[in-house]
Design a protein around this ligand. Sequence first.
Ligand SMILES: O=C(O)CCC(=O)C(=O)O
Ligand SMILES: [Fe+2]
Length: 314
Amino acid sequence: MLSTGKEVRQTTPRNCVGWTVIPGTLELAEIERWSGPFSTDLRERAVDALEEGLVIYFPRLPFTLEARERLLLSPSVADGKAKNVSLDPASGSVKGAAPDADRAALQTMLDRFASQATQLVGELFPAYVAGLERARTSYRPVEIMGRSYSPLKDDKLLHVDAFPSTPTHGRRILRLFTNIAPAGQARIWRVGEPFEDFARKFLPSLPRPNPVSAWFFAAVGATKTRRSPYDQLMLALHDGAKRDAAYQKGAPQVEIGFPPGTTWLCYTDQVLHAALAGQFALEQTFHIDLASMVDVTRSPLRVLESLAGRPLAS
Ligand SMILES: O=C(O)CCC(=O)C(=O)O
Ligand SMILES: [Fe+2]
């Protein structure tokens, strides 16, 4: 079941709905509960696949809604300005909800999902626990297909995650998704080539990291901390991929449908991904310290440093 993550290069777009596993793209984990204990074999396989840049797919891991939460299955619970309703872990406050939405139900659902996701990640990846931070939880009740955004905001285009106002300095972004759609609609993703192949193509044409602009954005409060050269390169990779229509069309990629009742997770700072269609998903973001990784040489920071031949974050 363990795949190298390299075969995707030869793969042309095709459909994979439900149970089929695409070698080099998906790793299947057939667990049915959000809590362990999980076997050593499963844990080792999972962390290896995750760090290699695969999506770990749980075809039998649904998130069950309570009766009151089922009433939240409508795009009208979002305020229409933000694409998502989200829960801030520090304040516990819900953002992006419509004024007349059932906030208490949203908060309970998001919090329960966050707890289950945190338990799963902690027990499946025990090495990460010491360096694991639970970040934002989101509910995505709006259909993706047909929404239009400027290219840089459009997650229907292949990209790695990099957020302009939140530099990571190399810390990892791990995200877990569950499709909670009530009917049969899958969430359709595209997954692209391995990070290193992608970075090799784009790196030579990217602007050099600029310490003055990093200082400026921090000074005016546009970024939470000063962007490292790594953060500048990751943003440039995110933007470069989304702006490059030829890359979007011609790059190696596979299409995957995640049906309702399934869960998946991956390092979204490493896995090229695009969300093409689907409605009603829950998502949990985690940040993970580099020091917690089993093999840090596979992190985007170390891969970019080895390509650039110099340190990119202090
Ligand atoms: O909503 C999704 O399925 C994923 C969208 C995406 O690319 C993201 O949130 O980073
Ligand atoms: Fe993304």
